[in-house]
Design a protein around this ligand. Structure first.
Ligand code: AMP
Ligand code: GLY
Length: 424
C-alpha cells in the first residue's frame, strides 16, 4: 500500500512511525513532512493547506489511503476533496471539522444536546460584549470563534483585561476573521485531561488518556504554547470518570454530530476539565492532539492503519483498539524563545540508538545535516512500567540530544506524579 500523510510535525512523525508497522505498507509520503520525518517517509514540499496540490499528488502517485492530520486542511475540506476523487481518508469532512473550526458551533452543539461545558454567551458586536463584561463574574474566558493556532483563548482576571481581549479580537483582528464572533464563557477549575478517541459515527473507542503541559515555563508559568510535554495515562482520569465521560460526553457528542448531519469520522479530541461539578468539555479538536499523540500512539498495541481503515469503512465496532498497560512521558525540546521569537538553523545531534524514541517537529535538512527550523523542535518519548520511570527515562533521552539554544521544561509529569501519589 501507498499511504499519504498530510502534515509535518511531531504528531505526524508519531503517526507515520506507527503506520510503518503495518506489513502491507510499501511507501509513505509526507506532505510536507520535515527533515526528521524524512528518515521514515518520502517528504514532498507541498503545504498541508494546499488542498488542490494534495489531491493532484494523490492522483499522480495513485495512493491507496490518506491520513489528514492537522486542523487547517480538515477545516478547509481536504477530506471532502480527496473523497470526491475516490481516495479513502482518515479524518472528518469539513462539516464535521467545524467542531474545532468554530467555537460558536461547538458551544451551541453542546448546549442543544445537553453536553456539559462552561456556560457562555456569543457576541458579534464589541459594544454588546463589553456591556456584558461589566457584570460578568471574573476571571472570565474570551475565545475567538475560529482557528487561531491555539492562541485564541484569553483568561481575563478583571474587566479591563477582558475588554482589552475583546477589542484585540474584534477590532484589531489579531486572529483575523477568527475574531468576527467571540465566545465569552465561565471560568472553570479542575485538572485537565486530554482524551483522543477513534470514532466512525457508530462507535467511539477512546484511546489512553493523557495530560498536556501547555505553558512555556516550569510550574505552569509563562505563555501558552502548543504543548511542552505530555504523560499518559493521566492519573486524574479514573475508570469511574472514564465511564461517566462515555455516557455524558463521548456518545452524546457522536450522536449530536449525527443528528446535525455532520457524522464525525476520524480522531475526535476531547479537552476535558474535571470540575467539582463533574467532567466538562473545554474544547473539541477534530484531530490527534500534539504532543498528546507522541505518548498515546507509542502505547497503542493494535495496528494503527487497520483501525484507521475501520473508521473509514465504519467497521470500528469489530476492530480491536488495545493499549499497553504502561506509562509514557514525552518531553518537548524547543528553541529558546519559543513561543515568541527564536533562532533557527542549529545542528541537531540524536544518537542512533535513541532515534526511535524521538519524534521530530521542527527540523530541516541542510547540507546533509539535520538543523532546527521551528519553535518546537522535537519530542523525546520514553515508555516504562511506572510513571516515575517513564519521566526519568524521557529526561535521560533529552540529555543525550543536542542542539544550540535548546529549551525544555524540567517538570513534565511532576503534577501527574503528585496526583498518582495522592490517589494511593
Ligand atoms: P485552548 O487554546 O483552547 O487549548 O485553551 C487553552 C487553555 O485555556 C486550556 O487548556 C485551559 O487551560 C484554558 N481554558 C479554556 N477554557 C477555559 C475555561 N472555560 N475555564 C478555565 N480555563 C479554560
Ligand atoms: N496539545 C493540544 C492540541 O493539540 O491542541
Amino acid at each position: 500500500m501507498k499511504v499519504l500523510v498530510v502534515g509535518g510535525g511531531g504528531r505526524e512523525h508519531a503517526i507515520i512511525r506507527k503506520i510503518k508497522e503495518n506489513p502491507t505498507v510499501e511507501q509513505i509520503f509526507a506532505l510536507p513532512g520535515n527533515g526528521g520525518i524524512a528518515a521514515d517517509a518520502t517528504c514532498v514540499g507541498i503545504a498541508a493547506t494546499d488542498v488542490p496540490a494534495i489531491v493532484a499528488f494523490a492522483k499522480e502517485q495513485q495512493v491507496d489511503y490518506v491520513v489528514v492530520a492537522p486542523d487547517d486542511p480538515l477545516v478547509l475540506g481536504c477530506v471532502d476533496a480527496l473523497s470526491a476523487e475516490g481516495f479513502p481518508c482518515f479524518g472528518p469532512n469539513a462539516a464535521a471539522a467545524a467542531i474545532e473550526g468554530s467555537k460558536v458551533f461547538s458551544k451551541n452543539l453542546m448546549k442543544k444536546y445537553g453536553i456539559p461545558t462552561a456556560a457562555y454567551e456569543v457576541f458579534t458586536e464589541e459594544a454588546a460584549a463589553v456591556e456584558y463584561l461589566k457584570t460578568a463574574p471574573m476571571p472570565t474566558v474570551i475565545k475567538a470563534d475560529g482557528l487561531a493556532l491555539g492562541k485564541g483563548v484569553i483568561i481575563a482576571q478583571n474587566f479591563e483585561e477582558a475588554a482589552e481581549a475583546v477589542h484585540s479580537m474584534m477590532s484589531d483582528k489579531v486572529f483575523g476573521k477568527s475574531g468576527d464572533q467571540i465566545v465569552i464563557e465561565e471560568f472553570l477549575t479542575g485538572p485537565e485531561v486530554s482524551v483522543l478517541a477513534f470514532t466512525d459515527g457508530i462507535t467511539v473507542k477512546p484511546m489512553v488518556s493523557s495530560m498536556d503541559h501547555k505553558r512555556a515555563g516550569d510550574n505552569d508559568t509563562g505563555l501558552n504554547t502548543g504543548g511542552m510535554g505530555t504523560v499518559a495515562p493521566n492519573p486524574y482520569y479514573t475508570d469511574a470518570i472514564a465511564k461517566e465521560c462515555m455516557e455524558t460526553i463521548f456518545l452524546p457528542t457522536m450522536n449530536a454530530m449525527n443528528a446535525e448531519g455532520r457524522t464525525f469520522k476520524g480522531c475526535l479530541y476531547f479537552g476535558l476539565m474535571l470540575t467539582p461539578n463533574g467532567p466538562k468539555v473545554i474544547e473539541y479538536n477534530c484531530r490527534f492532539g500534539d504532543p498528546e499523540t507522541q505518548v498515546v500512539l507509542p502505547l497503542l498495541e493494535s495496528d494503527l492503519l487497520t483501525i484507521m481503515q475501520a473508521v473509514t469503512s465504519q467497521t470500528l465496532s469489530e476492530t480491536e483498539v488495545k493499549f499497553a498497560d504502561k506509562h509514557a512521558c514525552c518531553v518537548i525540546m524547543a528553541s529558546k524563545g519559543y513561543p515568541t521569537k527564536y533562532d533557527k538553523g542549529f545542528e541537531i545531534t540524536i544518537p542512533e540508538e535513541i532515534a526511535k524514541n524521538v519524534f521530530v517537529a521542527g527540523a530541516a535538512i541542510k547540507d546533509g545535516k539535520l538543523v532546527t527550523s521551528g519553535g518546537r523542535v522535537l519530542g523525546a518519548t520514553a515508555i516504562a512500567d511506572t510513571l516515575g520511570d517513564a519521566i526519568k527515562d524521557a529526561y535521560g533521552l533529552v540529555e543525550k540530544i543536542h542542539f544550540d539554544n535548546a529549551y525544555y521544561r524540567h517538570d513534565i509529569g511532576a503534577r501527574a506524579m503528585q496526583a498518582a501519589g495522592e490517589e494511593k
